[in-house]
Design a protein around this ligand. Structure first.
Ligand code: SAH
Ligand code: SF4
Ligand code: F3S
Length: 445
């Protein structure tokens, strides 16, 4: 009997949550007999794993979907599917079907395990399949997965979000916060380490509220970190994202004392004005944020501190924005992801008065980026001639003569070396610090 090979191609948009889901989708497709396609043109099934956190992310998906029309007309057997956060919005599956009728498969972030049945239904009857929401509360353990890297891994610890920041769509598309039982997290990490993984990134929209939903056991994020820290063979522990509101003293001290937990603190501040922070429902003030950073630095003098900032939130005046610039200056972030506020239908802020004109938002983000880059460069210059430990991740995307890796503080380091070093931790002396990256050379022993 003749079996023809079948290929899949997944395009991932958005954050690490989606990257992790893509690994699970790949695992399921592999189990179904599909192999990874080198190019989108060679695929028998194409999935877009989408993000809707900002309008730009959505527009990108819609325009790229339009481009797939030709592939479908050349190959009528091709299955084009859309999944991820964007699909979870009310009415969106229908909107996508209308604007891109060549999309036959739509499923949400709670429906990933249904993929084999959905594909089967399309193959048998060629009926378009839409499956969104369903049992939000259930966490599915032991789904197959095809991991992107052999030496580092993303590990979910919570799903969903309960914070309802007024600008944010995530709680509406990812549902309520659910924590994974610690024994499941620990046993997954032990298996990963047995497979050669040396770095894990614990994932949640707000990892600090880990465990709050457990009714039968009492365990928090700090307790979990302490357990993960005990795993032999594991070298680095990262986590994403922690909310400044729930960052307890116990957590600061635990991170300090757990030697495997990287001293990189990504703490999204979003704004520097108390008026705006309140309207965003962030649950902290600029003063309490400054205190938290001071405490983190007191316990971890080498802490690398990064953040996310939104400019042009409704009602943000020049005075409010100056407070953000001032906070950036006072803290001296190593780096920041900056975003222009994007109105998301269904969130409270979409209805707020005093929306800021786009021109002003653009001007503010430019001023903000200038300041952040200047400070980041000054901090990086202090690395000149210093030695840093780097986990080598692969060949640099910007220079194929160089390897690229990350320091404990998550700074990108590029340096010449053999690809046999990929997946290893090496010492690199910094020879040329720049704004975004540190260039260096392997330390001679
Ligand atoms: N749960 C994480 C990340 C959420 S999304 C957290 O709370 O930090 C990542 C970042 O996108 C946010 O930190 C925020 O800065 C930005 N963001 C979210 N919604 C946005 C919107 N409507 N417009 C602009 N930026 C937004
Ligand atoms: Fe969105 Fe706020 Fe939840 Fe982060 S904590 S996902 S910004 S609602
Ligand atoms: Fe985007 Fe969903 Fe992540 S909206 S930022 S992919 S949780």
């Amino acid at each position: 009997m003749f079996f023809s090979e079948k290929y899949y191609y997944i395009q991932t948009f958005g954050c690490q949550m989606n990257e992790r889901d893509t690994e699970v989708l790949s695992g399921i497709l592999k189990q179904m007999g599909y192999q990874k396609a080198d190019t989108i043109e060679n695929a028998d099934i194409i999935l877009f794993n989408t993000c809707c956190v900002r309008e730009k992310a959505e527009n990108k998906v819609l325009s790229q979907l339009g481009e797939l029309k030709d592939l479908k007309s050349k190959n009528p057997h091709l299955i084009i599917g859309v999944c991820g956060c964007m699909v979870q919005q009310e009415g969106m599956p229908e909107t996508i079907r209308r604007s891109a009728p060549h999309v036959e498969l739509l499923f949400g972030t709670h429906n990933i395990h249904e993929l084999p049945d959905l594909i089967e239904n399309i193959l048998v009857a060629r009926n378009p399949q839409i499956s969104v929401w369903g049992s939000e509360g259930e966490i599915r353990e032991n789904l197959p997965s095809e991991r992107e890297y052999p030496f580092k891994a993303l590990v979910n610890i919570t799903y969903g979000c309960n914070n309802f920041c007024t600008y944010c769509i995530v709680p509406y598309v990812r549902g309520r916060e659910r924590s994974r039982y610690p024994q499941h997290v620990i046993s997954e990490i032990k298996d990963l380490v047995a497979d050669g993984v040396i770095e894990v990134m614990l994932l949640g929209q707000n990892v600090n509220s880990y465990g709050k939903d457990f009714k039968d056991i009492s365990v928090d994020f700090a307790d979990l970190l302490r357990e993960v820290n005990k795993i032999d063979g594991l070298k680095r522990i990262r986590y994403m994202t922690s909310h400044p509101r729930d960052f307890t003293d116990k957590l600061v001290k635990t991170i300090t004392h757990c030697e495997k937990v990287c001293k990189h603190f990504h703490l999204p501040v979003q704004a520097g004005s108390n008026k705006i922070l309140e309207k965003m429902n962030r649950g902290y003030t600029r003063e309490s944020y400054l205190e938290l950073i001071a405490k983190i630095r007191e316990y971890n003098p080498k802490a690398v501190i990064t953040t996310d900032i939104i400019v042009g939130f409704p009602g943000e005046t020049e005075e409010d924005f100056l407070q953000t610039l001032d906070l950036v200056e006072k803290i001296g972030f190593d780096g920041a992801f900056t975003f222009i506020y994007s109105t998301r239908t269904g969130t409270p802020a979409a209805k707020f008065k005093e929306q800021v004109p786009l021109e002003i938002k653009k001007e503010r983000i430019q001023r903000l980026n200038e300041k952040i880059n200047k400070i980041g460069r000054e901090i990086n210059e202090k690395y000149l001639n210093k030695s840093v430990e780097v986990l080598v991740e692969g060949i640099s995307k910007t220079n194929d003569q160089m390897l690229s890796g990350k320091t404990e503080g998550n700074k990108t380091v590029i340096f010449p070396g053999s690809t046999s070093l990929v997946g290893k931790i090496v010492n690199v002396v910094i020879t040329e610090p720049q704004t975004w990256i540190l260039k260096g050379k392997l330390q001679e022993i």
